[in-house]
Ligand binder design. Structure first.
Ligand code: FAD
Ligand code: NAD
Length: 467
């Protein structure tokens, strides 16, 4: 072991893997990272978080210029869409950030091994390069951060044209006249919003009774109404049972209760979840145990069933989120050197980047109720909030849930155009075990959107000033 050229080899250069590699190098490990794709940054940077946010921002500007700018007294004529430029801008952002990750690896003296890593025996890996050659890589420890891939429906395989995953749903070269989105989760809502704003007739089909099922009920309800007003059609409690491509168009049969209906569109975006990337790892030779959902089984220090092999990010249990992968990446490496690396999963924010955005942290009201937790609720709407009105951002609300006995904040749920930024205060408060009283007595700059957090905290005790 001591003679291995590397203390750690990381498989996968996504947010879990590259962050872990950097932390390992900071802690003095001789580190290598194996990545099979040309670009570093993984799903998040190449086909996930970043390109989707670039398109969300661009499409929001287009929609705003077309439909809302005039109400601010700014008249613009002849607003047209240049999709090619929008896509080129998105690609430029992605490539700039991917180069940035490569620079960070170099700066931290991490060896980048280009190729596909696979297990040859428990604790032993080789790398297959583009020319097909295979070479073993000696290392004391292996960290798997191989991420995840879109799931297809068994009767509707991806063809990259009419039946697509998010990988293609961020790169259409024309706005489809109509788009069916299967799945009302984060991907369906975000990419559905992009194409709706750019002119597609978007229909979201969701199996469950509500969209954004992981969110608090009031958030899901508000979000659905808001997106409906923007023109998206939702079919909830609806199951897609079959589908085919005929003459380049997609036809789906969907079951709604007792009735079966046919839907037709130019394209269908299947966004029904992602599966862990284990297949390419040669799992049968690895000795690794998988969970019943096919993820790599790890203990609470991200150790697998094989000593010296660890796993983090989308390939292990938990929410498939970039910040969760990153925090696990730091913590697992700190554990390897005996530091107290830790991830507080109870305080992991989640955001849907629609307009308005929906952001949550901690328990939903339904979870608190079903867990028998007595709680108080503080609710504040942006409706008549000064900064929100002045900025034209007065849609949405803040909801804070605090333990009825201790006043400790147990959940925070926000709908607002800046919910993704506002939630950070709640995350910090909850990380420190703060109370609604702490938030209510904290000075917030006026006029800011963040004052709504203070008002919601005051409302927990029935003393909101502005509602
Ligand atoms: P990944 O990012 O998937 O990276 C894994 C890497 O491993 C890849 O580069 C892959 O090529 C490489 N790899 C796999 N197998 C091998 C092998 N055998 N050898 C070598 N390399 C290998 N999350 C958020 O938190 N916020 C968001 O806004 C958000 N938006 C998203 C939008 C979309 C459209 C999608 C699809 C996802 C989004 N996510 C978002 C989820 C986020 O992208 C993932 O949770 C995150 O990328 C997981 O990080 P990871 O490092 O575990 O894996
Ligand atoms: P998801 O699990 O979030 O949502 C999938 C939805 O599809 C669920 O609501 C499910 O009920 C529905 N569904 C499943 N099968 C169906 C069927 N046959 N018919 C109709 N509906 C069906 O998955 P996703 O939206 O594909 O996202 C994948 C992962 O990527 C998620 O874990 C998510 O956390 C992550 N992601 C996060 C963000 C973000 O943080 N903003 C953005 C995009 C993706």
């Amino acid at each position: 072991m001591a003679d291995s050229p590397y203390h750690l080899v990381v498989i996968g250069g996504g947010p879990g893997g590259y962050v872990a590699a950097i932390r390992a190098a900071q802690l003095g490990f001789r580190t290598a990272l194996v990545e099979k794709n040309a670009n570093l940054g993984g799903t998040c940077l190449n086909v996930g978080c970043i390109p989707s946010k670039a398109l969300l921002a661009a499409s929001e500007h287009y929609h705003f210029a077309q439909q809302e700018l005039a109400s601010y007294g700014v008249q613009v004529q002849g607003v047209t869409l240049d999709l090619a430029t929008m896509m080129a801008r998105k690609n430029k952002v992605v490539n700039q950030l991917a180069k940035g990750v490569e620079f960070l690896l170099k700066k931290n003296k991490i060896d980048l091994i280009r190729g596909e890593a696979f297990f040859t025996a428990p604790g032993k890996i080789s790398v297959r390069t583009a020319d097909g050659s295979e070479s073993p890589v000696e290392t004391d420890r292996i960290l798997i951060a191989s991420g995840s891939t879109p799931v297809a429906l068994p009767f509707l395989p991806f063809d990259g044209q009419a039946v697509v995953s998010s990988d293609q749903g961020i790169s259409f070269d024309q706005v489809p006249e109509s788009l069916i989105v299967i799945g009302g989760g984060a991907i369906g809502l975000e990419l559905g919003s992009v194409w709706n704003r750019l002119g597609s007739k978007v229909t979201v089909v969701e199996f469950l009774p509500k969209i954004a099922a992981f969110c608090d009920e009031e958030i899901s309800t508000h979000l659905q109404r808001s997106l409906e007003k923007q023109g998206i059609t939702f079919l909830t409690e609806t199951k897609v049972v079959s589908g085919s491509v005929e003459g380049g168009r997609i036809r789906l049969s969907v079951d709604r209760g007792e009735t079966t209906t046919e839907l037709e569109a130019e394209k269908v975006l299947v966004a029904v979840g992602r599966r862990p990337n284990t297949a390419s790892l040669g799992i049968e030779k690895s000795g690794l145990q998988l969970t019943d959902k096919g993820r790599i089984a790890v203990d609470h220090h991200w150790k697998t069933s094989v000593s010296s092999v660890y796993a983090i990010g989308d390939v292990v249990d938990g929410p498939m989120l970039a910040h969760k992968a990153e925090d696990e990446g730091v913590a697992v490496v700190e554990r390897m050197v005996g530091k107290p690396g830790h991830v507080n999963y109870a305080v992991c924010p989640s955001v849907v980047y629609t307009a308005p955005e929906a952001a949550s942290c901690g328990l939903t009201e339904e979870q608190a109720r079903s867990g028998g937790i007595e709680y108080k609720k503080g609710f504040y709407r942006f409706f008549s909030h000064g900064r929100a009105l002045a900025s034209g951002m007065n849609e949405g609300f803040v909801k804070i849930l605090a333990d009825a006995k201790t006043d400790r904040v147990i959940g925070c749920h926000i709908v607002s155009s800046v919910a993704s930024e506002l939630i950070a205060t709640c995350v910090l408060l909850m990380e420190f075990g703060g109370s609604s009283e702490d938030l209510a007595r904290t000075i917030h700059a006026h006029p800011t959107m963040s004052e709504a957090l203070k008002e919601a905290a005051l409302a927990v005790d029935g003393r909101s000033i502005h509602s």
